[in-house]
Ligand binder design. Structure first.
Ligand code: MG
Length: 385
């Protein structure tokens, strides 16, 4: 085997403001660690991946790595160095020539950085990505500056740090003092030359809530808000209630339709489909298909949301207008908004539910049926032209 990666995600430190270990915090709708793992899975030069986790975090890990097809995670040790060693030992049988050791909380590592580190390993036993320090450095104590520190020749080290596997395994096995600051330091202590390759400014490590906010901004900058529109009508018929935006509203009539005839959710579903250019609800759920007889319309919206996710998108907003004389929507608007927000997985502040009559005009005015219009905004990867 040529190249393996050990992703270190065994830390449990809960920094102020983070409810979970940082590698499991949610970033743009997915755990930080999952994004990190995808970066390595998407780099074909990487032949094997071992993730080292804290044994108490197994449920969090299983949720974060679901469907990625990775082998069971490796239990970490008491220190970072011990955790790395466990990860390396798990690879002994596979016998890779090179190994990359990467922080699970650096989700923006890019294939170019990974390849640069691997390329350097053709000439050096160890290589790390690093960026020259550009800010002026000062030493300080108790809020007072004690003078400038020369920054010439100073670098900020990132990961993945790459090594010839046998050499770094031997260094870890021989280490006795427990806690080297990182694997490159351990390699240097073992007499290995460590090459520097250019790091990437965006390859930040998520350590505190500010980092998470910066990471969200980085992702948002690379996404395009796409707005879709939906419109739906259902005719009144016999019944004692209607379903609107997932809420049961008592009424003197029902709505006729193949499913539960929830025009509000149908309009939102079409809006999401429109935002991602994926056709309309009738294509995905043909009225001729008996599977959808009486189906709750949440099923349709959930499917549209999963298609959006497959397209790399995330619905961030929806707005629906219900058009009818009866039933009166006002008393149910708050419940509809809460229900729609829950289905979309959005805060209520990103969801609108409005109602209007048509002043007695047209089919809605005559009470023959009701209509719904909706827009939905989906953040999608910017594919350019
Ligand atoms: Mg419909």
């Amino acid at each position: 085997m040529e190249n393996a990666a050990v992703i270190v995600a065994a830390g449990r430190g809960l920094r102020a403001g983070l409810a979970l270990p940082k590698q499991y915090a949610t970033l743009a709708g997915e755990p930080v660690l999952r994004r990190t793992l995808r970066a390595f899975l998407d780099t074909p030069e990487i032949d094997a991946i071992r993730v080292v986790i804290h044994p108490d975090d197994r449920a969090l890990y299983d949720a974060a790595a679901a469907g990625l097809g990775l082998p069971d995670p490796v239990p970490g040790g008491a220190t970072r160095a011990e955790s790395v060693r466990h990860g390396l030992e798990s690879l002994v049988a596979a016998g890779p020539r090179n190994v990359l050791i990467h922080d699970g909380a650096r989700p923006f590592v890019d294939p170019a950085t990974i390849r640069a580190v691997l390329a350097a390993l053709a000439h050096a036993p160890a290589a790390i990505p690093a960026l020259p320090v550009t800010d002026t450095l000062r030493r300080g104590r108790d809020g007072l500056s004690l003078g400038a520190v020369a920054r010439d020749g100073l670098y900020r080290a990132q990961t993945p740090q790459g090594f010839h596997f046998d050499a770094i395994l031997a260094a870890h096995r021989a280490a006795t003092d427990g806690e080297a600051t990182d694997d490159a330091a351990l390699a240097e202590a073992a007499g290995l030359a460590v090459a520097l390759v250019p790091g990437a400014e965006d390859n930040l490590k998520i350590t505190n809530p500010d980092d998470l906010a910066r990471a969200e901004r980085l992702l948002a900058a690379a996404r395009l808000p796409c707005v879709g529109h939906g419109f739906d009508v259902h005719r009144f018929g016999p019944g004692d209630h209607v379903m609107l935006c997932g809420v049961r509203v008592p009424h003197s009539h029902g709505l006729i339709g193949h499913s539960d005839a929830d025009a509000g959710l149908h309009a939102v579903t079409d809006a999401v489909l429109g935002a991602i250019g994926a056709g309309d609800i009738g294509e995905h759920f043909p009225p001729s298909d008996p599977r959808w007889r009486g189906a709750p319309s949440e099923t349709f919206l959930a499917h549209a949301l999963s298609l959006a996710a497959e397209a790399g998108g995330r619905c961030v907003h929806a707005d629906v207008t219900l058009i009818c004389e009866r039933p009166k929507i006002g008393p149910h608007k708050a419940a509809m908004r809460a229900r729609l927000a829950a289905i979309l997985g959005l805060p209520e502040a990103r969801v609108g539910v409005k109602a209007t009559t048509t002043e007695g005009l047209g089919f809605t005015g005559r009470g023959e049926g009701l209509a719904a219009q909706a827009t939905a905004t989906v953040l999608l990867p910017d594919l350019g032209r």
